[in-house]
Design a binder for this molecule. Sequence first.
Ligand SMILES: Nc1ncnc2c1ncn2[C@@H]1O[C@H](COP(=O)(O)OP(=O)(O)OP(=O)(O)O)[C@@H](O)[C@H]1O
Ligand SMILES: [Mg+2]
Length: 364
Amino acid sequence: MGNLTNVCVRNLRIELGANTVIDELDLDVRAGEFVVLLGPSGCGKSTLLHSIAGLVDVTDGSIEIGGEDMTWADPKDRGVALVFQSYALYPTMNVERNLSFALRINGTPKAEIDRRVKRAAEMLQLGPLLSRKPAQLSGGQRQRVAIGRALVREADVFLFDEPLSNLDAKLRTELRRELKQLHQQLGATMIYVTHDQVEAMTLATRMAVMKGGAIQQFGTPAEVYARPENLFVATFLGAPPMNLLQGRLEAAEGRLRFRGQGVDVDVSAYAFKGTPDPTRACVLGVRPEDVHVGAVRPDEAAWEGRLTLVEPMGNHRVVWVEYHGAQIASIDQGKTPLAREAGVPFSFDGAHVSLFDEETGARI
Ligand SMILES: Nc1ncnc2c1ncn2[C@@H]1O[C@H](COP(=O)(O)OP(=O)(O)OP(=O)(O)O)[C@@H](O)[C@H]1O
Ligand SMILES: [Mg+2]
């Protein structure tokens, strides 16, 4: 089975009708990776995935799978298996026949079919359900069968298009864990589309954040979360998203400071990508978990805002503080008691922020 199959998309352009849906897109998926394509509705995730499967014609560029040019190859010759959001099971066939259908069609020997169906059923805990029809299964079980149908094909590359989005929250998280374990067992290359950031963060070895048919950033979930390349990525990830403050950089007494919206913080220790240009307006971003409310940290810059809302979440809480017109979110463990409508101190470390050019939105 294809443990060594990479996928390489080069300069891809896809036009559908009058729309350019994908434009000059490059994507390198290494063999054995679990790459997640994450982005808002309509950003081109499915189109990109389907082009790799061979279900969408490309206008320009190339798609290589396992080092072979597959840009114009027939879907069945690409060594890929695709799992859709809708399970698309055959309603009149039982689970076993659904699983074996594609293999029976292409004349796989009976013993081989039995071996593969048995293996997929074991991996996905479908053993007791083999004689049931789809109507007699829960949503989660149906989606397992749909995944099983892809598994029996023993493809080199598995493609998933929002396979969990029809399931309720609890089933989603269960099946998410199973998918991750399945990937670890198989070691196969997987490309997975979702607009759910939690799925992306938990499943991906690397994730591509997409917007408007282009990849905004491609990296490990930790990298993308900690060092977003632009304002779109910064605010797309995180719940609540990164806090943003508008202002300017100013050099003072040999230090570099960010000043704006009532905040004045030393950002000299920030890892600038290049030489910062103090003439340009910029945006400071700080993750809610890096904002400390109540008991401020002595080594951090601190201000006083007005507590407007506390949202208890069980294992943490979100605290909202109004300060110079901004609603600043802080996430903590809820250990410090806070009085509502009271003045409340908050602090953060100028080294643990992100800075963006206000006009271009790019990380600086
Ligand atoms: N056949 C088509 N003709 C013209 N435009 C299309 C066609 N199919 C899709 N599009 C457009 O291409 C864009 C990308 O669609 P795509 O289905 O890839 O988005 P997506 O990221 O998968 O969205 P979602 O999260 O809603 O599934 C959308 O703006 C959509 O309207
Ligand atoms: Mg889609």
